[in-house]
Ligand binder design. Structure first.
Ligand SMILES: Cc1cc2nc3c(=O)[nH]c(=O)nc-3n(C[C@H](O)[C@H](O)[C@H](O)COP(=O)(O)O)c2cc1C
Length: 310
């Protein structure tokens, strides 16, 4: 019997395949294509305390081997998520991760408090609403705040510390590849009590319309994701895994079972699949099956045999 289970804090994933925030909505749309309970987990669209409309103008641009996005954290706000999406999440048997964004430290803190209160009242009623928080200090497409928190260690420390104090839920901090000192950032998160890390978010990038002589995006820069970033993301995950002892959810351009194996060999506990969901609506199901097939072919009984071997 092959063992694909993974663990972050006290949360057990049946397999390492987690759908990445912002590429999977809250899951409903993909549930038409396969049984989401086959997944290790899913991270919902990034939420802010109040609803947010997102950026104006063009929001996505396809590149040679990936995509640029400038969505700007459009989301229904935490309260609407709690009333409309959580009842759906409660029917799922997979790890459910709330991705928390914000525009100020106070907003991050208040958001975490709200999630904590709701989670506690759900637990008291015998129903778990979600399993962990993924704290996004790394969105590159939001003008005010957003990436500013994910770039400098000391600003990020304040956010992580305040959110850590505000919640007893397992906390994973999502790091930006645009951080000035990625390893320093990871070490800081561990010091501040994070239960895990996820990386990477999108890379700050650009596309110019040479006829209009302007950026195609209102915010000038956008976030690059997809196969183009995979080798760099893999190196970053490897570096961070060497520097911390908390588990890492690795991502960036994963589109096959072999890609997932690379991230696990680099030290990742679980992986996340983002842009590939737009290429293949059944990616989650197929990658989960592909991972097990690979393990069977290679005679691997458990992921611990190959994790972090480099
Ligand atoms: C359209 C789009 C929206 C995204 N929205 C979020 C978000 O709300 N919160 C977040 O933490 N990451 C967000 N991300 C980043 C992804 O979760 C992931 O970190 C990134 O795309 C790299 O993985 P990939 O190359 O597999 O897509 C978004 C990515 C895309 C493409």
């Amino acid at each position: 019997m092959i063992d694909t289970t993974c663990r972050i804090a006290d949360v057990v994933f049946k397999n390492p395949v987690v759908m990445a925030s912002g590429t999977f909505g809250f899951g409903r749309e993909y549930a038409r294509y396969y049984d989401l309970n086959k997944l290790g987990g899913l991270s919902g669209k990034g939420l802010t305390l109040h609803p947010k409309e997102g950026n104006l103008g063009l929001r996505v641009w396809e590149t040679a081997s990936g995509m640029l996005n400038s969505v700007g954290l459009e989301n229904p706000g935490i309260r609407r998520f709690l009333s409309k999406e959580v009842p759906y999440w409660q029917q799922l048997d997979t790890v459910r991760i709330v991705n928390l964004g914000g525009h100020s430290i106070a907003e991050y803190e208040e958001g975490a408090q709200l999630l904590e209160q709701f989670s506690l009242s759900g637990k008291a009623a015998g129903q778990k609403a979600y399993d962990m928080i993924e704290l996004n200090i790394s969105c590159p497409n939001v003008k005010e705040g957003g990436m500013a928190y994910g770039i400098h260690v000391e600003t990020a420390r304040e956010v992580v510390m305040r959110v850590r104090r505000a919640t007893t839920l397992p906390l994973v901090v999502k790091l930006s590849p645009n951080a000035r000192d990625l390893v320093g950032m990871a070490v800081m998160c561990e010091e501040e009590g994070a239960d895990g890390l996820s990386l990477v978010n999108t890379f700050s990038a650009m596309k110019i319309d040479i006829h209009k002589r302007s950026s195609v995006f209102e915010n000038l820069y956008a976030g690059l994701s997809g196969p183009a970033i995979k080798p760099i993301a893999l190196r970053m995950v490897h570096e961070v895994c060497k520097a911390v002892s908390i588990p890492v959810m690795g991502m960036g351009g994963i589109s096959s079972a072999e890609d997932m194996i690379e991230f696990i060999m680099a030290g990742a506990e679980t992986v996340q699949i983002g842009t590939h969901n737009f290429v293949n609506l059944r990616a989650g199901e197929e990658l989960t099956a592909g991972l097990e097939a690979f393990m069977r072919r290679e005679g691997i009984q458990s992921l611990t045999e190959i994790r972090g071997i480099l």
